[in-house]
Every structure is written in C-alpha cells, then in structure tokens.
Design a protein. Structure first.
Length: 229
C-alpha cells in the first residue's frame, strides 16, 4: 500500500515573511461568495529556486520542462546527528551516499531541523547546520536534477534579516548548485522523518507562473508501506 507524505511548510503569517491574509469578499460582509487575498514572494516557505534567483544570466523555472523533473526517485541523505552550527562537508555527503550505486534524480538532505526546533522560531535559522562550500561542489558534481533541504543550506542565510548590505552575504551552495550546476533547489522541506525510508518517489509541482526565479512548490513523497521516524 502506498502512503502520501506532505513535505511542505504551511503558508501562514510568520515573522520572517511579510505575508498577510485578508478577505476582500466574505459571507460575513454579505457577499455572495468568499475570497481570500494574500501577498506571496517567490522564495517564501517551501519553494523551488531556478538559477536566475542567484545568477543574473541564469535561466527561469519555465526553462526546465516540468515533465523532466517534477517526479523522480529520491535518495534521502541522513544528517540528523549533525549538531547545531556545524557544516555538512563533501566527505560527509560522500559517506552518506556510499552504498547506493544507482544515480538519483533527487538528492534530499535531511537534518530534521523542523522536528528539533520549530520553524516558527528564529533559532530554526540562527543555529542551523549548513552545507560547506566543498559540500556544494559535491552536490554540483553529483548532477541530480533537484537538490532539496530541510534546513537553510548556506551559513549566511541566518544573516539576511539583519544584514545592512545584502551584497556581503555569501552563499557558496547557491553558487555551486544553482549558478554553476544549473540544478534546481527546493528549500525548506518539512516532515522528512515521516517517510521512513532512505529512498522514495518525490512529486514536486510548482505554481504555473511563467518567467520566474522560483516559486512555491507542493512536494509530496510517495512511499511504500508503513512509515517510521
């Protein structure tokens, strides 16, 4: 029997994101139908990055035909024992992938960050593990179609909200994976612990908005049998 595991953060009001909800029409106001309005930037919550996000000459998401990447077999690399503020290196990635001879379209890095620390709290970002520069090179050289993370993968992501000059933010994983590798990235996956297997099938469907640098994406795992943490 197959199970569906939702891997997305809920889209709700959050201190990090400026999203607000309103009801321009509502039954309470006597309108014949109800509508909800909200503002949403392309890199809030669980989302996918296209190269243009980090590279002025990079491609938009619609340059990647959806049928080429929206479904694929994923290898989930387990870094749940990596402590806060520690780097995930190329050597660690190589060791985690050892024993899997097949090449996977999806690589997903699992730390269970959202299980250890609520994603609603600043500490989710401020003390997270991260991927080192050589780790980003390893991901680039593996050549998956998509890399996914359940934590902020570049160390400097924690600095963005307080930085006075965003040009000083350094993101080597974005450099290597997006700009150099031209590999799509899914950021802020959640609930990976519910999959219960190191290999699963992933379905990732972006919003159908052309010419974007990224967008929210609904990601599910399709898993055989019962799950476990």
């Amino acid at each position: 029997m197959k199970r569906i595991v939702d891997l997305c953060l809920p889209i709700e009001e959050h201190w990090r994101y400026g999203i607000r909800f309103s009801q321009p029409r509502s039954h309470a106001a006597g309108d014949p139908w109800q509508c909800t309005a909200y503002n949403l930037e392309s890199h809030w919550f669980t989302h996918i990055d296209a190269p243009l996000h980090h590279d002025p000459q990079g491609q938009t998401l619609d340059a990647y035909p959806i049928e080429d990447w929206c479904m694929g077999e994923a290898l989930i690399l387990d870094f749940t024992r990596v402590p806060d503020n520690e780097g995930i290196t190329a050597k660690m990635l190589e060791e985690a992938a050892r024993g899997y001879a097949a090449h996977f379209d999806y690589l997903i890095l699992r730390t269970d960050r959202g299980k250890k620390v609520s994603w609603r709290e600043p500490s989710f970002w401020d003390n997270s593990p991260y991927v080192t520069a050589d780790g980003g090179e390893w991901l680039r050289d593996y050549r998956p179609k998509v890399v996914g993370y359940d934590f902020p993968q570049d160390y400097d992501i924690r600095k963005i909200r307080t930085a006075k000059n965003l040009k000083e933010i350094r993101q080597p994983v974005h450099d290597h994976v997006l700009a150099e590798g031209k590999i799509l990235q899914i950021e802020y996956l959640y609930n990976l612990w519910s999959i219960g297997s190191p290999v699963c099938n992933i379905v990732a469907l972006p919003l159908a908005i052309p010419h974007l640098d990224g967008t929210q994406v609904r990601v599910i795992a399709v898993v055989e049998g019962e799950g476990s943490a």
